[in-house]
Design a protein around this ligand. Structure first.
Ligand code: CDP
Length: 802
C-alpha cells in the first residue's frame, strides 16, 4: 500500500499527461503582466500608419504628401515609388500570387494600403494620413465572384492572365485557378444512376478571425552591427524571418524575429502584411525603431478575411439512405490578391475532407478561385485550411438529403458513418483517416440530450404552433464532424517551400529542472502549460520544473508555427520524441551509476529502477546531476536533445455536437437552450485546457453562424468595419455549453494525441446553423444562408408564410 501511495504521489507531483493542471500563463495575464507587441517601447521609436483607399477599385492619378510632410513630427511618407528601387513595392503571397505593399498605379479593395506615414508619435501619424492627398479615378467595382468570371473588367492588370498562374491555367482574366480532386466521371455516373439525389447551393459567408489584439510589429534595424530585430504578432516567426531575409536581402542570421505574447491569432496572424514590410523599410531608412499597430477598422477591412465559399453540392443515395456519391463545385472569392494561407500544393486547403464522417464510395471536388474587389486573405480562421467550409458543406448536404429522403437526420448519419473497423480509412478524395469510432460518439451524444424525447417535443411544438398556441419553434441542430489537423507531412505540405515539420529542443539543467523550446507559438492556447505536461510524462521531471519557451528565432529551433491545430500533432510529437532521446541517454547514465546493464533497467514515472530490485534506482534529478558532474565512459557530458518531427500523417479528430434552439418566429430571435459538445481528440493532455478551447471555439462558431460577417455593398464598401457592425459575442450572448468526450488515440502520434483547438469552430457552425434550419424543416425550409441574424431568421419565417 505504501508503495502504491508513493507512486500515486509521484504521478501527482509530475503533473503530466491527463492532468487538469492550471494554466501557468494566467498568473501573468490576469495581473496585466503580459508582454504584447504594443508593450514593446524602444528609445527613439517612431510610429507608422497607413493612408488607405476609400475606393474598392480606382486608378491612382497622383499622391501629394507635401502637407503631411510639413506637419511637425512627421518624418517620412513612403509610397510605392519609394519602395520600387528596393523592389519591395510588391511582395509574394503564401498562395503563389503577388500583392501590392503600397498601391502601385491602382487600388483593388477598400482599405488597401496607399502610403505609409512615419511620425514621432502615433497621433501625429494619424493626423498626417489625413493630409496626404490622393487623386483617384474610380473604376467599375466587382464584388460578386460569379460576375467576376463573366465581366470585361480586368482587375489584375499587372498579370498576364493568358498565362497559367501558380496553380494552373486560368479560364478568364479574373480567374485564379481550378483545383480538382476525385473521380469526376465516376461521381457523375454514380449520382445519375442513384435513386435519390439532393442538390443545393451552400454559402459560407465571408467573416474574419478578429483577434482581440490586432496585428502589429516593431522593426528595429541596428545599422552598427547590421542586425534587424522584428517583434510582431506572428503565428509563424521562423517563416517570417525567412521571408524577411528573402525580401530584404539581409542574411537570415542577422534577423531576429520575436513573437511576444499574442492576444489571439485564429489564422489572422499567419500571413505577411504590408505593415511589416513598411515598418522594416522605415526602420532601415530612418535608422530608428518603427512601430506599426493596426486599429480595429484596419484589421477588419484589410487583413486576412476567412471563408467566402459558394459550394454547389449534389449528393445521392439509395432509397434506404445509403450515400452513393458526392459532387461539389466551389466558387471561391479570394479578393484582390490570392493571399490564402494554405500549404503550397493545396490552393483550396484541405477542403477535400468534405466527405466528412461518411463512407462515401465516390466523390469529386472542383474549386474555382476568383479575384474580386475585396480584401485578400482566405486564412484558416481556426481551421486547417478550409476544413470549416468542408464540414459546413457536408453537414448541410446531409440535412438536405434527409429532407429529400424524408428521413431522420440522426439516423441518416448513423447508417453512413465510417465504421470503427474501417480505420485507417481511405476517403474517396484521397485522405487516410487515422482512427475513429463515430458510432460510439454519436450514440453517447444522442443519449446525453435524450434525442428521442427532443424530437417528440419538437413534433408537439409544431402541432401547437399550427393550432396558434405558440409562436416559438424548436430546432435540433445535429453535427458529426471529422477534422484534419497537423500539417505536414513534409512530403505533401510546405509553406513557401518550407516543409511542415516542427521541433523541440530540451536542456536538462544539473539540478534536475529543464528548459524546452519549440518551433510553435502560443496565442492563448496554453502551450507553456501543456507542452510541459507532455515532457513531464516523458522525462520524469515535474511540469512545474520545466520552462517552455517559444517565439524567438534566435533561441527556438526552426518550426512552422501555430495554426490549424498543428501544435499538438506536430510540435507535441516533437516534444515527446525529444523527451525520449533524453530518457535514452538518462538510461545509460543510470546504468553506469547503478553498475548494471542498460537493459536491466525499467522506467518508472520519474526514475530508472533495476528490474526485480525496486530499492535500487536513480531518479531523474540524480541522473541530471550526474550528467554534468561525472565523467561517464563513452558518454558526452550534459543532457540535451532536439527533435525535428515530420509527421507520417495528419490526425483526424472528430466530434458530435447537438444544439437545441428556440426560435421566436415574430422577432427572429433565438435562445440556445442546450449545447452538447462531444470531442474526441485522441489522448487528452489537459482536460481543462481542452474545455477552454472548446468553449472559446464554440463561441466563435456561434458568432459566425448567428451574426458575424464581413459584408460589402455594390460599390465595394465594407459595411462591417467596426465592432458596432461586426458581431463579436460577449458573455451576454454566450450560452452554457456541456462538454463531453470519447478518447480514440491516433495510432501514429507518439502519445496518441490529435489537435483540438479548431474542432469547436469547425463543428460548432453547422450545429448552430442546422438548428435554425431544423426549426423550420416542418414548414418546408431547405436552405437559408448564414449568418442567421434576427432579421434573416424573421425573413425565413415571413417567406414561409408563418
Ligand atoms: O495548434 P494549436 O495550439 O492552436 O491547437 P492544438 O494543438 O489543438 O492545442 C490547443 C491546446 O489544447 C494546447 O494547449 C494543447 O496542448 C491542448 N490539447 C490537449 O490538451 N490535448 C489534446 N489532445 C489536444 C490539445
Amino acid at each position: 500500500m505504501k508503495d502504491f501511495d508513493d507512486r500515486e504521489e509521484r504521478v501527482g507531483k509530475l503533473k503530466g499527461l491527463g492532468c487538469a493542471r492550471k494554466r501557468v500563463e494566467d498568473a501573468r495575464f490576469t495581473q496585466g503582466k503580459g508582454n504584447y507587441v504594443d508593450d514593446v517601447k524602444l528609445p527613439g521609436m517612431l510610429f507608422g500608419d497607413f493612408v488607405r483607399s476609400p475606393y474598392a477599385h480606382a486608378r491612382i492619378k497622383s499622391i501629394d504628401a507635401t502637407a503631411a510632410l510639413e506637419l511637425p513630427g512627421v518624418i517620412a511618407v513612403l509610397t510605392a515609388e519609394d519602395l520600387k528601387p528596393l523592389n519591395l513595392h510588391w511582395m509574394p503571397t503564401l498562395a503563389g500570387d503577388k500583392q501590392m505593399v503600397l498601391a502601385d498605379g491602382k487600388v483593388l479593395f477598400q482599405g488597401q494600403e496607399v502610403a505609409f506615414v512615419v511620425a514621432e508619435d502615433r497621433y501625429i501619424a494619424a493626423d498626417a494620413i489625413e493630409l496626404v492627398e490622393v487623386d483617384y479615378e474610380d473604376l467599375p467595382v466587382i464584388v460578386d465572384p460569379f460576375e467576376a468570371l463573366t465581366t470585361d473588367v480586368v482587375l489584375r492588370e499587372d498579370l498576364d492572365t493568358s498565362e497559367p498562374g501558380a496553380h494552373g491555367p486560368r479560364k478568364h482574366h479574373n480567374h485564379i485557378f481550378l483545383w480538382e480532386e476525385g473521380d469526376k466521371t465516376a461521381t457523375e455516373q454514380a449520382i445519375e444512376s442513384s435513386e435519390v439525389v439532393a442538390e443545393e447551393m451552400v454559402y459560407y459567408h465571408r467573416t474574419h478571425p478578429c483577434p482581440l489584439e490586432t496585428c502589429g510589429c516593431v522593426a528595429s534595424m541596428d545599422k552598427v552591427n547590421g542586425k534587424l530585430t522584428l517583434w510582431g504578432t506572428f503565428q509563424a516567426p521562423h517563416v517570417v524571418r525567412t521571408v524577411a531575409s528573402l525580401l530584404s536581402g539581409i542574411a537570415e542570421h542577422d534577423i531576429r524575429v520575436i513573437s511576444p505574447d499574442i492576444g489571439g491569432g485564429f489564422g489572422n496572424k499567419v500571413g505577411v502584411y504590408p505593415g511589416y514590410v513598411c515598418a522594416i523599410v522605415a526602420s532601415i531608412v530612418t535608422g530608428k525603431p518603427v512601430k506599426w499597430i493596426e486599429d480595429r477598422m484596419d484589421n477588419l477591412m484589410a487583413t486576412a478575411f476567412a471563408r467566402d465559399y459558394w459550394m454547389k453540392g449534389r449528393i445521392s443515395a439509395t432509397k434506404e439512405g445509403k450515400i452513393t456519391g458526392l459532387h461539389c463545385h466551389v466558387t471561391a472569392d479570394h479578393g484582390a490578391f490570392d493571399a490564402c494561407a494554405d500549404p503550397t500544393k493545396f490552393p483550396a486547403g484541405f477542403f477535400h475532407i468534405c466527405t466528412g464522417s461518411y463512407d462515401i464510395p465516390v466523390a469529386y471536388v472542383g474549386v474555382d478561385g476568383v479575384y474580386t474587389n475585396k480584401a485578400p486573405g482566405g486564412v484558416a480562421y481556426r481551421c486547417s485550411f478550409r476544413v470549416t467550409e468542408a464540414a459546413y458543406f457536408i453537414e448541410r448536404m446531409i440535412e438536405v438529403l434527409a429532407i429529400e429522403l424524408n428521413m431522420d437526420a440522426a439516423e441518416l448519419r448513423r447508417i453512413n458513418f465510417i465504421r470503427a473497423d474501417q480505420f485507417p480509412y481511405h476517403s474517396a478524395l484521397g485522405w487516410e483517416y487515422d482512427s475513429g469510432d463515430y458510432h460510439t460518439a454519436w450514440d453517447k451524444a444522442l443519449a446525453a440530450v435524450d434525442y428521442e424525447g427532443l424530437r417528440k417535443e419538437q413534433a408537439e411544438r409544431v402541432e401547437a404552433f399550427k393550432r396558434g398556441e405558440t409562436r416559438t419553434l424548436l430546432g435540433i441542430g445535429l453535427t458529426h464532424f471529422t477534422e484534419i489537423v497537423g500539417a505536414g507531412p513534409v512530403k505533401n505540405c510546405d509553406i513557401l517551400g518550407m516543409g511542415m515539420f516542427d521541433s523541440c529542443e530540451i536542456r536538462i539543467h544539473p539540478t534536475g529542472s529543464a528548459t524546452a523550446r519549440l518551433g510553435t507559438i502560443s496565442q492563448g492556447q496554453g502551450h507553456a502549460t501543456t507542452f510541459g505536461q507532455i515532457l513531464a510524462s516523458e522525462i520524469g521531471i515535474s511540469s512545474d520544473n520545466i520552462t517552455i519557451e517559444e517565439g524567438d528565432t534566435d533561441t527556438a529551433p526552426y518550426g512552422l508555427g501555430t495554426y490549424g491545430s498543428r501544435s499538438t500533432p506536430v510540435a507535441g510529437a516533437a516534444a515527446a520524441m525529444a523527451g525520449r532521446k533524453i530518457r535514452a541517454k538518462a538510461q545509460m547514465i543510470a546504468a553506469y551509476l547503478l553498475e548494471v546493464h542498460d537493459g536491466d533497467l525499467e522506467w518508472d514515472i520519474d526514475r530508472f529502477v533495476v528490474k526485480g530490485a525496486p530499492d535500487r534506482f536513480k531518479t531523474m534529478t540524480e541522473i541530471a546531476y550526474a550528467a554534468y558532474n561525472q565523467a561517464i565512459p563513452g558518454l558526452e557530458p550534459g543532457l540535451e536533445a532536439v527533435s525535428y518531427y515530420d509527421p507520417p500523417n495528419m490526425t483526424y479528430p472528430f466530434g458530435a455536437y447537438i444544439c437545441v434552439m428556440e426560435i421566436d418566429v415574430d422577432t427572429g430571435e433565438h435562445k440556445i437552450r442546450q449545447f452538447y459538445a462531444l470531442d474526441d481528440c485522441g489522448t487528452r493532455i489537459n482536460p481543462m485546457v481542452i474545455e477552454g478551447q472548446v468553449h472559446g471555439g464554440l463561441t466563435e462558431a456561434l458568432a459566425i453562424a448567428m451574426g458575424q460577417e464581413i459584408a460589402y455593398d455594390d460599390l465595394g464598401n465594407c459595411k462591417t468595419g467596426t465592432l458596432m457592425d461586426f458581431f463579436l459575442p460577449t458573455a451576454v450572448e454566450t450560452p452554457h455549453y456541456t462538454t463531453d468526450h470519447t478518447e480514440t488515440p491516433s495510432p501514429h502520434h507518439p502519445i496518441g494525441a490529435k489537435g483540438v483547438g479548431e474542432s469547436p469552430n469547425v463543428g460548432g457552425v453547422p450545429a448552430f446553423s442546422n438548428a435554425v434550419h431544423d426549426a423550420f424543416r416542418a414548414f418546408g425550409l431547405r436552405q437559408s444562408h448564414m449568418p442567421h441574424d434576427h432579421w434573416r431568421v424573421w425573413k425565413i419565417a415571413h417567406d414561409l408564410g408563418l
